[in-house]
Design a protein around this ligand. Sequence first.
Ligand code: SF4
Length: 216
Amino acid sequence: MVISGKMIAALSRAVRNSSEERRFSHSVVRCLADPFFPIAFFLRNVMALRREVHFNRLAPRMQRRLLLRILRERSAIFLEVREWISKREDGLGFLTAGNEKPLPGGPDDYCSRCGWCCEIASGMPVFPEDSAVPLKWKNIFGDGLGKGHRFCAFLWESREAGGSLCSIHPWRSIPCRTFERDECEFLQGEPDFSDPSVEDRLLETGRWLIGLMDGR
Ligand code: SF4
């Protein structure tokens, strides 16, 4: 699902105005404007949290603080990975907006880039021996980004193509490589997967989030 530019602009404004975030808003707003930043998955993350009792018990001020922290942490790893990839000679060209070419070695015959298989806070940090991924990121993959994160730290999206993108796909973990067609089909059998109201709920989550951030 592609989040409209209007909604992203409203969210950026709300983050910039939020008193808690002034110090960090520049990098967060920069990420929100990036065509590869996983804004739809961030909203899915928020949607998941809103279903949780613990989150609902928090006062709006605390909910705002938690969500801003999640956004800040995701922005920080996003910028780090982006810089790393842009400096690599084998950057593999997947940092070009609109590039819908299959990623090398990807399960492209059945993968619809829904990103649901990457809805994991953390995974077994076992990587191929020749994986160039820095040790720090392997640890992040194993430990997750922290409290409240519901998606892999390395999940991006292609705003133009409207699907998910693994930012470390050529260097990804072994567990990620073993998730194949059978597992994918099983996941697609989940009731939420084909629920037509998901898109509406995601947009409602976006509006709710903008209101929460604006609440100052
Ligand atoms: S490393 Fe890539 S494939 Fe593995 S869970 Fe994260 S985004 Fe998905």
